[in-house]
Design a protein around this ligand. Structure first.
Ligand code: ZN
Length: 309
């Protein structure tokens, strides 16, 4: 069984070190160039590639020392603009906002009664909107006195990572929208410009891309795959949580998400039964998948009602 794993922020270096040592006993930990061979019938068994999304600075401070200690390759997906301009992604800025104000503003934007949004997290609510609406809500709902500090790696750190010989850098859009919520032009620009700007910044071609949030047909569609093909991307990674199959296509590489400090016993079960784990994730009544499906039903009912008035 071959797998690609995905991490985000990692704060506990000892946990990550223990996990990497355990993975080394189970898998051949391979660099990004081998991923296409994991499902192309090359005969690789128990191959695994580590990926990390967003470029939180814990990659540089916590993950990189462990990768270096064990000589393990990984791919980091970043926004070139967020690194260059020392800004944060919308979901990082959401932490500094007044939750009640976000819900109230979102109810107006989405044209639903505020009570309709009560069961959902503010993150799921924002994932139902185009990014221009999310950014407008963030500007209006910032908690008084909140200081927004840059949370992600700098350009200098990114260049050092690219030169480390262990880390491949891939693109993750400009501003991390849910691409499926955006119009054609904005979705294409987020993809194409992130790849071109990152290539300029690093002085090398960018061959890999990870979809923000990454759920096929919920966060992106065939439209985005066409933009990636046009931009010359070789592989695009999703968050469809399962092992790699021979039938997978290069613009829908599945990845199994590992949560910070997740117990190794639990990770072992997840990696051994990824299909069952994926199904459980989708059925979990309060998980993101269920929340976003329920929210999407409410929004489509609301738009039908307003159209028929
Ligand atoms: Zn991301």
């Amino acid at each position: 069984m071959n797998s690609v794993l995905t991490f985000h922020e990692v704060s506990d270096g000892r946990w990550f070190d223990d996990l990497v040592k355990w993975l080394q006993g189970q898998y051949r930990l391979l660099p990004a160039e081998y991923v296409s061979e994991l499902y192309s019938g090359s005969g690789i068994r128990h191959g695994c590639h580590i990926t990390v999304d967003d470029g939180h600075r814990s990659f540089y401070d916590v993950i990189l020392p462990v990768l270096k200690r064990h000589r393990i390759p990984a791919t980091l997906f970043v926004s070139p603009s967020v690194c260059a301009e020392r800004t944060n992604f919308w979901f990082q800025e959401l932490q500094g906002c007044d939750e009640r104000a976000v819900r109230a503003a979102a109810a107006v934007v989405l044209n639903v009664p505020p009570m309709a949004l009560a069961p959902f997290s503010t993150t799921s609510i924002c994932k139902a909107m185009p990014l221009c609406d999310v950014e407008s809500i963030l500007r209006r709902c910032r908690t008084a006195g909140h200081q927004s500090r840059p949370q992600n790696v700098t350009v200098e750190e990114l260049r050092a990572l690219a030169k480390s010989g262990l880390v491949t850098i891939g693109a993750h859009t400009i501003s991390h929208p849910i691409l499926k919520n955006e119009c054609d032009d904005r979705s294409e620009e987020e993809i194409v410009r992130s790849i071109a700007d990152l290539a300029t910044l690093l002085g090398r071609d960018v061959k890999y891309f990870a979809y923000p949030n990454g759920l096929p047909d919920i966060d992106f569609s065939e439209r985005e795959e066409a933009y990636l093909a046009g931009a010359g991307v070789e592989l695009a990674f999703t968050t469809e949580s399962r092992d790699i199959r021979a039938s997978d296509t290069r613009y829908r590489v599945p990845r199994i998400q590992i949560a910070p400090n997740e117990e190794i016993g639990r990770i072992r079960t997840k990696l051994r039964f990824p299909g069952a784990w994926n199904l459980l994730k989708k059925l979990r009544p309060h998980g993101e998948y269920a929340e976003r499906r329920a929210l999407s039903r409410i929004l489509s009912m609301s738009s039908r009602t307003s159209q028929s008035v």
